[in-house]
Design a protein around this ligand. Structure first.
Ligand SMILES: C[S@@+](CC[C@H](N)C(=O)[O-])C[C@H]1O[C@@H](n2cnc3c(N)ncnc32)[C@H](O)[C@@H]1O
Length: 353
């Protein structure tokens, strides 16, 4: 077993979380010295992936998060010994860092290789790859940013794919090919080397973020109250749409797979027929709506409690980057107006049923 070397100065690479107190997002330009693209690895172990990737892409910044201080130190030693200057190691919990301390849309890639399986049923809640992490990763990645995952545990692999599939922003892509290994260093990670040599199966999946128009709003009500503004058609009709729009709902089946057909009456007197399907409904947490009439998009609304307020994330996801770019000048302000109206309703400024 490799032991850390106390005599090696790793201060250029191994960060001290105590030197970055508080809950504010970390500044990548401060950490890397410029505004290079940043890649995060969660659970870096002894740092083989970071060392290889950082050497292959010296113009990128690599940020390894490793909860075990000893491994974080060993990874930092590997990096320093290799003369690499574009890696920083964060020796603490990845879930916490990804949840609050990453600027939205600031990461080019996230890699999670062989996350601890926590086999026992009662321990599964300790798994790093969970619903909250998926939400954090989706928030952190830039448009067309990538998530790469590998595990040797088939069951965990299935769970990971299911978790990611609930978020319409991720599109599955083929994982990058693995080269033939000529030396011990030609593997993706230490665990990948171990399992490939043992001939055990390795399950891999990769995703690319779809084009999305995303915004967030801190709303003055708890998630149950915000959710009710979606659930109750009389309330929803009061705020849905940009400024000046009114709605007539023809069909409103608020359940997974349920249909929602309605006419939006524009302030210019024009009627706009709409047809949507509710793809996911999780009480007080999440509503995913497929807008099946043109323009096609999927809208994911996520509610997270923030004290007696709610942080609402609004992600309008398009299949096609060109369509998203064309609609952005219309949809961005329309989305903000829509949320202004919801906010006003929740603040009690409007009369609502
Ligand atoms: C099975 S090892 C895999 C290491 C490396 N990715 C590889 O493939 O060789 C899982 C690693 O994730 C780290 N880890 C577990 N939970 C973590 C968390 N919440 N945040 C950061 N690292 C974590 C563990 O300490 C361990 O080093």
């Amino acid at each position: 077993m490799t032991r850390p070397r106390a005599d090696l100065d790793v201060s250029s690479t191994l960060l001290d979380p105590a030197a970055h107190p508080g809950e504010d997002p970390l500044s990548w330009p401060d950490l890397f010295g410029d505004d290079r693209p940043v890649v995060v690895e969660i659970g870096s172990g002894k740092g083989l992936f970071l060392a290889n990737a950082a050497a292959a892409r010296p113009d990128h910044g690599f940020f390894g998060i490793e909860i075990a201080k000893k491994y974080a130190r060993l990874a930092a030693e590997r990096i320093v010994k290799a003369g690499l200057t574009n890696v920083r190691m964060w020796p603490a919990d990845a879930g916490r860092l990804m949840d609050r301390r990453v600027v939205p849309a600031s990461l080019r890639e996230v890699h999670v290789y062989f996350p601890d399986p926590w086999w026992k049923k009662r321990h599964k809640k300790r798994r790093v790859f969970n619903e909250a992490l998926v939400a954090s990763i989706a928030r952190a990645l830039v448009p067309a940013g990538e998530l790469h995952v590998a595990t040797d545990v088939e069951e965990y692999f299935g769970v990971i794919r299911e978790l990611v599939a609930t978020d319409p922003r991720f599109a599955e892509i083929p994982p990058p090919p693995l080269g033939d290994a000529e030396s011990d260093h030609d593997y993706l990670t230490n665990f990948e080397r171990k399992y490939r040599i043992e001939g055990r199966p390795v399950y891999r999946v990769s995703y690319r973020m779809k084009p999305a128009l995303s915004t967030e709003r801190l709303l003055p009500a708890e998630p149950q109250v915000v959710f009710a503004a979606f659930e109750k058609p009389g309330r929803l009709a009061c705020w849905w749409g940009p400024d000046g729009f009114k709605n007539t709902f023809e069909r409103f089946e608020f359940e997974p797979g349920g249909r929602w057909t309605f006419t939006m009456h524009g302030p210019n007197g024009v009627d706009y027929p709409n047809e949507s399907t509710f793809r996911t409904i999780e009480r007080d947490r999440r509503v995913v709506i497929e807008h099946v009439s043109a323009p096609r998009f999927t809208l994911a609304v996520t509610l997270a409690p923030r004290g007696d307020h709610t942080l609402l994330s609004w992600d309008q996801v398009f299949e096609d980057a060109e369509v998203a770019a064309k609609l952005a000048p219309i949809c961005r302000p329309a989305n903000e107006q829509n949320l202004d109206r919801l906010q006003a309703l929740l603040a009690g400024a409007d009369e609502a049923p």
